[in-house]
Design a protein around this ligand. Structure first.
Ligand code: UD1
Length: 418
């Protein structure tokens, strides 16, 4: 087990480069199973979710070689259609492999997925979508078992625009017979990225980024070299940390159009934000004013993956805020931890009512999930005195070299084994 020890109070100054998006890399890695050719993914982030995905690919019989930050996956000898419990539980995104595995083997057996404990996170939409493509699904001892003679394109209407279900259906449909239309599909930038990647392999996918995706099935896919988009959630996390600590930070490889909902709120708070091609510069030298309300929504609304971090920011703003979580019901687990640091927050159902305090004080807190953990680190960096953030393996799932990057900006944070 490891923890972060943070001495708060330093302003943040300097420049960091944003990593490749976790939520793009995971479905793209799942997509490498769809071809016998080698696929090279560039600039893969050093995060445990990606490493666990590679472990699962290895279990399926794929070979992978990391050369610097680039990963070459060779699926030509893939011969296993089962993801066992211990691997699936480490990574919720293992469910994204269902579509690829069924496309490749016409069989799949996968344990119910794990990942962040942030609510029920059902997979019913994934399964209903796959059934519409001709897959027969049964459940046995905590395993989802899928079989089909062949995948056949169909029209699929999602009850809600689930990111994972959209991606899973895309992966299953690219080599299905005929045309698949996904209606009410998710519109996240990572879905567009998956479309670009699949088309790079020779697939015929269009419409990603709108609410309707059309996929004309092709017989085979070929290898390619692909650089996924940058991580808008990591960028957002650094911007919020910069706003909380004060100073001036520059993010390289950061694209404003993908996080305009956050930039809008930060400007409302009183931050100065400058944009320059692929750079976002945030400047703040005073106590910020709270924004009245923030609600998480599917893209392009305010991302649930930045909810914990923006709530931490509201804790030290002048005034009161209401933060509403509309996607995941238990995504307020970090709140009791922030309270230990002096935050004034009350949670009622899906709403967090925050009264801003002048400053937070250092405390020992526990990271219960990935984004909540990142919020606690930002709080520690701006708090008065020393903080410890325990159980940081959750943070390692999605933030590569987090403490190195924060130290490069002037944050006093070290990783310590316990
Ligand atoms: C993805 C992201 C995660 C982000 C989330 C929402 C990845 C690896 N993870 O997760 O970081 O927080 O999008 O932006 O990309 N739902 C159902 N049935 C289903 C599937 C989902 O009811 O079968 C519901 C969920 O409970 C939730 C909502 O749909 O309320 C959105 O979930 P979804 O978009 O599927 O999130 P994930 O793909 O799991």
């Amino acid at each position: 087990m490891e923890k972060y020890v943070i001495n708060g109070g330093n302003k943040l100054y300097g420049s960091v480069e944003i990593q490749t998006a976790k939520n793009s890399v995971l479905p793209i890695l799942a997509g490498t199973v769809l071809t016998d050719d080698k696929v090279k993914i560039l600039n893969v982030p050093n995060i445990t979710d990606a490493k666990n995905m590679v472990k699962i690919l290895t279990k399926l019989g794929c070979k992978s070689v990391l050369s610097g930050d680039d990963l070459i996956v060779d699926s030509s000898h893939a011969d296993c259609y089962e993801i066992p419990r211990e691997l699936a539980h480490e990574l919720r995104s293992s469910v994204f492999l269902l579509g690829s595995i069924i496309s490749r083997f016409h069989m799949a057996k996968i344990a119910y997925p794990g990942g962040c404990d942030i609510g029920l996170r059902p997979v019913d939409l994934h399964l209903t979508g796959l059934k519409r493509l001709g897959v027969e699904i049964t459940e046995e001892n905590g395993y989802i078992i899928c079989k089909c003679d062949k995948l056949k394109g169909n029209e699929i209407m999602l009850d809600c625009p689930s990111v994972g279900a959209t991606e899973n259906i895309m992966l299953a449909a690219v080599k299905a017979e005929g045309t698949t239309v996904i209606k009410n599909s998710a519109r996240e930038p990572e879905i567009e990225d998956l479309q670009r990647f699949l088309n790079c392999m020779g697939a015929k996918v269009r419409g990603a980024g709108t609410g309707t995706i059309v996929i004309d099935g092709v017989k085979t896919l070929k290898g390619c070299e692909y650089l996924p988009i940058s991580d808008r959630i990591e960028a957002g996390t650094f911007l919020i940390a910069g706003a909380m600590c004060g100073g001036e930070i520059e993010l390289k490889r950061a694209y404003a159009e993908n996080i305009s909902s956050l930039l809008h709120k930060l400007r409302e708070n009183g931050c100065k934000i400058h944009l320059n091609n692929d750079k976002i510069i945030l400047e703040n030298h005073r106590r910020l004013t709270s924004v009245k309300s923030i609600e998480t929504q599917p893209y392009p609304g305010f991302p649930t993956d930045l909810q914990a971090q923006i709530t931490a920011l509201c804790c030290i703003c002048k005034g009161q805020s209401i933060i509403t979580e509309n996607l995941f019901e238990t995504r307020f687990k970090y709140v009791p931890e922030l309270r230990k640091m002096g935050a004034d927050i009350t949670v009622i159902n899906r709403n967090a009512f925050v009264r801003g305090v002048e400053r937070l004080n250092g405390a020992t807190v526990v990271a219960h999930d990935l984004r909540g953990g990142a919020a606690l680190v930002s709080a520690g960096l701006c708090a008065e005195g020393r903080s410890e953030v325990l159980d940081i393996s959750h943070i390692d799932r999605g933030y590569g070299s987090f403490e190195y990057k924060l130290r490069a900006l002037g944050g006093d944070i070290v990783r310590v084994s316990v």
